[in-house]
Write a protein of this length. Structure first.
Length: 277
């Protein structure tokens, strides 16, 4: 019975976490028509989970042409903006920057990549995306600012489950951050101007630790231990080393070492007795 109650409680928390930020995601400005369908936006966003968007082409802020498939091989964090936004988009982007920075500190700067995509074509040009990044001080490693081809914007946003509606004063749109796995499938959708850091870091950690290891490479083993040994400290708003796990690992290693030493010692005694006989 307790297990059932715990499951129901967790379900209520998940629904509340998704619903509350989404329902406030529409960018309300004077004169905007209140006809952004939030219920439909949630359904569309959630339906995209498990899907793999097509291999879309983009122009990076530095002018280089890239494709979505070039970012496969590592988890990917994606969020959409329009550079003419002066309210919610900049606030959300700065929060995402802080969350990505903490995720990089916790998981490693090269463990995943981040994309910010401008959806208001023809205005969100590479030049505009570059200015947007510079204006908000966004210069983290492995973060690209992209302009899609105008003809592909509608299908691109649909496949990511990103809903938006043009208004007289800009756009009402979902405040959505998408987490994709290394194979390009949508793994998780996050909502709101802000969210608890574990909502970003934990899915990325799960994707990283769940990757098959081709060979017992020491560097990869150490990295996996580092990922598993970090926990979120809500009071500090950061991830820190989980000393309990570290102590358990050290104790376990000590027991193994003592056991191995005892076996080696017994083997030497046995060999000595055999040679004496």
């Amino acid at each position: 019975m307790n297990a059932v109650l715990q499951f129901v409680a967790k379900a209520v928390i998940v629904v509340a976490a998704v619903w509350a930020p989404l329902t406030s995601a529409a960018e309300t400005q004077p004169g905007a028509e209140p006809n952004f369908d939030q219920n439909r936006a949630l359904r569309v966003s959630q339906a995209a989970i498990g899907q793999a968007p097509g291999d879309y082409a983009f122009t990076r802020a530095d002018g280089q042409r890239v494709s979505l498939s070039q970012y496969r091989g590592k988890p990917l964090v994606v969020h959409f903006v329009y550079t003419g936004c002066y309210q919610v988009c900049p606030t959300t982007t700065r929060f995402v920057a802080g969350a990505v920075k903490e995720a990089q500190r916790t998981l490693g700067a090269d463990s995943f990549q981040t994309l910010t995509i401008g959806f208001n074509l023809p205005y969100d040009t590479p030049t505009a995306m570059k200015a947007y990044a510079r204006q908000h001080g966004l210069s983290l490693a492995n973060w690209s600012f992209l302009s899609p081809d105008a003809a592909s914007v509608e299908r691109l946003t649909q496949e990511f489950g990103f809903s938006y509606l043009q208004t007289p004063n800009g756009f009402d749109h979902v405040l959505q951050v998408t987490i994709m796995d290394a194979d390009g499938r949508i793994y998780r959708q996050l909502y709101g101007e802000s969210f608890d850091l574990p909502l970003l870091v934990e899915p990325l950690k799960a994707l990283l630790t769940g990757e098959p290891v081709a060979a017992p490479v020491l560097g990869k083993w150490i990295e996996r231990v580092r990922l598993l040994c970090t926990i979120y400290d809500p009071s500090a708003g950061k991830y820190r080393l989980n000393y309990a796990i570290v102590i358990e690992i050290l104790i376990g290693a000590s027991i193994i070492a003592v056991g191995a030493g005892s076996l080696l010692n017994e083997w030497r005694k046995h060999r000595k007795r055999s040679s004496s006989a």
